[in-house]
Design a protein around this ligand. Structure first.
Ligand SMILES: CC(=O)N[C@H]1[C@@H](OP(=O)(O)O)O[C@H](CO)[C@@H](O)[C@@H]1O
Ligand SMILES: [Mg+2]
Length: 547
């Protein structure tokens, strides 16, 4: 029996501000923390229902990732550690927006529509980032779960990908790993130590310098400190922006570095030495360095995808395994990366809509799918059959040394990767392992291909839904005339490409442009912004040319 009275009573402690309407977007709910208490309570309720429906443990992560400190947000995690199924995103929106007196009816409607049996107790895993508001908000999630009489486990401070990992472990009877933070550290560290133990000590840190890690003043820095003892000194690193003094995501972190195309504050840059930045919940990573002239060089998600897929492809060849390898990107991928992957690497490249769930699902269609958003969110997924073949080969006693070593390295790679979602820590360890094994410096990695100069801009419009897109968001179908205008502008530049799309997380239209020079990419982005402003209902000041 379910005690809906508990829900009624406890929901009064987490009241919804009348009239407030929010939407479960690309990254769950995300807004100012002041508006989220009722959302959290209700996501606790919904997670419990989802857990009953799937008869599995479900995760709820309280974070607003790279957003400012005063924001917060929440995402649900499905049984295999994936983003929650799309159909449930609309339940999340309905439940969140139900006025106080309609909450129970909305809840019961979902139970009915999904034919959820309420007999068994559910289990919900809860985690949170380091924001000041996160503790109270995660308590609201726990209240939601317990108001239905269900169980929860509060993991407290964790990175987003750690919670995804924990959920998957719990639902796969330990075959993916141990459902504890220690299990996470052990699994990843062991794989990292195994891969790098094959490299002689001199090559290990290829440019002989410790890796500089910018923790964005968030959870990632905390968790790297926890992990350090497990790594058995195989990775030499220094942490910056570790949260002891600076503000979360302020002038630092992966999003700042990628969008501003400059190094973060708080990190001592030394020419030629490699640095990386996590974002606020440690599910994204970018690398960068300064050249001797002090110029900033960024190695973003596209460069990471290229490094990792090249490594895997070479190992597959060496091991004699015939598995289909694909790289999944979005329209934001630099044109040079797509060209390199298709023409030089000869791997399948697919382009999908922005948002990790789209990339993840596309990648799952292949034996091995490497996916990365240009902003540094990504991972590798292996099909069950690919994993079995790799494991089988690695254990085959009749193999030659060469094939055996490649197969074992592939097996270690499978274990090093967090297959549930992009994970800054796991990605970083894989990148460091690849650089060590291949003896590559960050400069050599950077030279694999040269990025086309590019620019991203935002345009404010009255209603961003005025813009519709097709072809994985690369072409606009409305408003009328916009795509023709963009085509006309793009035609004036060389090596040029530009597209526009409504953001799923901010109230803006995003403009992306790339061209042969930075000045041209800037002009192209500006001209396209102007077209958006005039044809799609721009508000406020007209866009200005970039300096
Ligand atoms: C250009 C860009 O970086 N867009 C980001 C951003 O989405 P928008 O829909 O563009 O606002 O936030 C998403 C969630 O974090 C992330 O998946 C995506 O890559
Ligand atoms: Mg994030």
């Amino acid at each position: 029996m379910v005690h809906f009275e508990g829900v009624s009573l406890k929901s009064l402690l987490h009241p919804k501000p009348a009239g407030l309407v929010l939407q479960y977007g690309t990254a769950g709910f995300r807004t100012t923390a002041r508006h989220l208490d009722h959302v959290m309570f209700r996501m606790g309720l919904l997670a419990a229902l989802r857990a009953k429906k799937t008869m599995s443990t479900i995760g709820v992560m309280v974070t607003a990732s790279h957003n400012p400190e005063e924001d917060n947000g929440v995402k649900l995690i499905d049984p295999m550690g994936e983003m929650v199924a799309v159909a449930w995103e609309s339940y999340a929106t309905q439940l969140t927006n139900a006025e106080q007196d309609a909450l129970l009816t909305t809840l019961k409607d979902i139970i009915k529509q999904e034919a959820i049996s309420m007999d068994k107790k559910a289990m919900v895993f809860v985690g949170r980032d380091t924001r000041l508001s996160s503790e109270d908000l995660s308590q609201a999630v726990l209240d939601g779960v317990s108001s239905l009489g269900d169980h929860s486990h509060d993991f407290g401070l964790v990175t987003t990908p750690q919670l995804h990992y924990l959920v998957r472990c719990q639902n796969t009877n330990g075959s993916y790993g141990n459902a504890s933070l220690e299990g996470y550290y052990q699994k990843l560290s062991q794989a990292f130590v195994q891969i790098t133990s094959k490299v002689n000590a001199v090559k290990l840190t290829t440019d002989q310098s410790p890796l500089r890690i910018d923790g964005a003043n968030g959870i990632g820095a905390l968790k790297m400190r926890e992990m350090e003892p497990f790594l058995q000194q195989r990775l030499s690193f220094n942490l910056y922006n570790d949260g002891t003094s600076g503000r979360l995501n302020h002038l630092c972190g992966a999003d700042y570095v990628k969008v501003q195309q400059r190094s973060p504050q708080g990190v001592e840059m030394v020419a030629g030495e490699r640095c990386c930045s996590f974002d606020g919940d440690a599910d994204r990573i970018v690398y960068y360095y300064h050249n001797p002239q002090g110029h900033f060089h960024l190695l973003d998600g596209d460069k990471i995808a290229t490094l990792i897929s090249t490594f895997i492809k070479e190992l597959l060849t060496q091991a004699g395994l015939n598995l289909q390898l694909a790289v999944v990107q979005t329209a934001y991928a630099n044109g040079s990366s797509t060209h390199f992957l298709q023409n030089n690497m000869k791997v399948i490249v697919e382009c999908v809509k922005t948002g990790v769930k789209h990339l993840h699902h596309a990648a799952q269609k292949f034996d091995i799918g490497v996916y990365f958003e240009a902003n540094g969110h990504g991972t590798v997924v292996f099909s069950d059959s690919a994993e079995e073949q790799i494991k089988g080969l690695a254990a085959d006693p009749s193999l030659t040394e060469d094939r055996k070593s490649a197969a074992q390295m592939l097996e270690d790679t499978v274990n090093l990767v967090n297959q549930t979602v992009g994970d800054a820590i796991s990605d970083m360890l894989l990148i460091e392992a690849v650089l060590a094994v291949r003896g590559l410096s960050v400069q050599q990695w950077d030279k694999i291909y040269t990025d086309l100069p590019n620019r991203q801009l935002k345009v404010k419009v009255a209603d961003r839904r005025a813009i519709d897109t097709t072809d994985a968001e690369r072409r606009a179908t409305s408003p009328a005339g916009l795509q023709e205008a963009i085509d006309g502008i793009v035609g004036k530049y060389s090596l040029s490409r530009s597209f526009v799309r409504p953001s799923g997380t901010e109230d803006v239209v995003r403009v992306y442009a790339e061209a042969d020079t930075q000045a041209n990419a800037d002009c192209l982005a500006y001209e396209v912004s102007l077209a958006v402003y005039h044809l799609a209902g721009g508000v406020g000041e007209e866009p200005k040319p970039l300096q």
